[in-house]
Design a protein around this ligand. Structure first.
Ligand SMILES: [Zn+2]
Length: 412
């Protein structure tokens, strides 16, 4: 019978925006698995990928076999419902990201647009899938996500250096359609005008930005130290988008076509199995996608800080876990994520899931035991950086002497 629970060996990317050496949680976690990467203190480690996406595919630690090949041979381990919906794959893509400068300002296309883009340019858009995502903070996490409330934007756009970006016949009340036009205008400005505007905004008193948006000059100044002051990302991010700071365990939900730019932190990201992205800022001009395409696709969700935050619910006895598990359930169907945080001497049980899951140990150490289903009685010592594949229909128990933080993305 095919093994259902086994440890994986995952890979880590080295994008220039990643944190360097030991500062990178992604790099450090990835390096804990023997043979996963060649350590170099001076390298940036940006994203550790887990699962079957071909760009950075996971392997089975014991045999070095690709997880994707194993699932092709033993499709039943993913569970019947997953197999019917998505085939013998991990239908989601979890990553640990560590970054100290802004990631590109981006959206991920919805299914219809992704199919179209993939058909016309399969090299650039490597799959026909949508990519809604959630991001769970592992450290303090600063980000821009979704658009500010329309009233905040319209107040802001009436201050002197910004008025010129509104058409002369602009009505008093702003709509999403005006916001789409304004986003297009700001993203299409000549480089010199972006730089002039940034400098003008930095030279006026903070109080001009109103009581709730005084943070704008500080953020602009920070961003121009990361990217040239001619980058259109800065204006769109600080003027139009919600600026948020999340603490460990808090999460944000980014639907398809929703604008976002992550600024700083360490996060666990989980997304539908896709790598499609449209970038328009915080990247070199050559890497920017078409502004028309970008602004046409935009959705206006979320439209305030509160709408972007993904709520969590404590799982109770009889559901998944016995009260030490939190469930992150985004509104899109591909996946959910369980978060298990245990103090010294604590345990937690997870009843069986109908589909596959991955177990990602973010902090601490302890053990994981199969307490029901195939492989009952198997037990592993688990520590920071360990990633396991868990097939459908397996009961698990986690325990620790000193403390343990585990995330478990799953599909059913
Ligand atoms: Zn994204």
């Amino acid at each position: 019978m095919a093994a259902k629970v086994f440890q994986l060996k995952c890979g880590c990317k080295n994008d220039p925006w990643g944190k360097t050496g030991k500062d990178s949680l992604a790099g450090v976690l990835c390096s804990k698995t023997p043979g996963a990467l060649e350590w170099d203190d001076s390298k940036t480690y940006s994203e550790m990928w887990m699962g079957t996406y071909p760009t950075v595919p996971s392997r089975i630690l014991a045999t070095d076999e690709l997880l994707s090949e194993y699932l092709q041979k033993h499709p039943e381990v993913v569970g019947q419902s997953v197999l019917e919906k998505w085939g013998p794959e991990v239908p989601f893509l979890p990553k640990i990201l560590s970054f100290s400068k802004a990631l590109p300002l981006q959206i991920h296309p919805d299914k219809a647009l992704a199919e179209k883009l993939h058909q016309t340019d399969p090299n650039k858009y490597s799959d026909p899938n949508h990519k809604p995502e959630i991001a769970i903070a592992l450290s303090n996490f600063e980000l821009f996500a979704g658009f500010k409330p329309l009233s905040d934007i319209s107040t802001l756009m009436r201050i002197a250096p910004l008025q010129r970006f509104l058409p002369p016949d602009h009505p008093q009340t702003f709509t999403d359609s005006h916001l789409r036009d304004l986003t297009r205008t700001l993203l299409s400005l000549p480089a010199s005008l972006i730089s002039t505007t940034v400098n003008e905004l930095l030279s006026i008193p903070e109080s001009n930005f109103g009581p709730t948006q005084r943070y704008i000059p500080g953020l602009l100044d920070r961003l121009r130290k990361q990217y040239p002051d001619t980058d259109p990302g800065s204006l769109v991010a600080v003027l139009l988008m919600n600026y948020m700071t999340l603490g460990p365990g808090e999460a944000v939900c980014v639907p398809a076509d929703s604008v976002h730019a992550y600024l700083c932190g360490d996060i666990l990201e989980c997304m539908a199995r896709s790598d499609n992205v449209l970038n328009t800022g915080f990247c070199a001009p050559a890497e920017r996608d078409d502004v028309g395409l970008f602004t046409e696709a935009l959705t206006f969700k979320p439209h305030a800080v509160d709408e972007g935050v993904l709520g969590r619910r404590k799982s109770v006895v009889g559901g998944i876990g016995e009260g030490r598990t939190e469930v992150y359930q985004p509104p899109f169907g591909e996946f959910g994520v369980l978060g298990v945080s245990l103090g010294a001497g604590e345990r937690e049980r997870h009843g069986r899931l109908e589909g596959l899951s991955l177990v990602v140990v973010v902090k601490g150490k302890g053990w994981m035991e199969v307490t029901g289903g195939e492989g009952e009685g198997e037990k592993w010592e688990i520590g920071e950086g360990a990633v396991f594949f868990v097939g459908a229909g397996v009961d698990l128990e986690f325990g620790t002497e000193k403390g343990l933080l585990v995330y478990r993305p799953y599909a059913e």
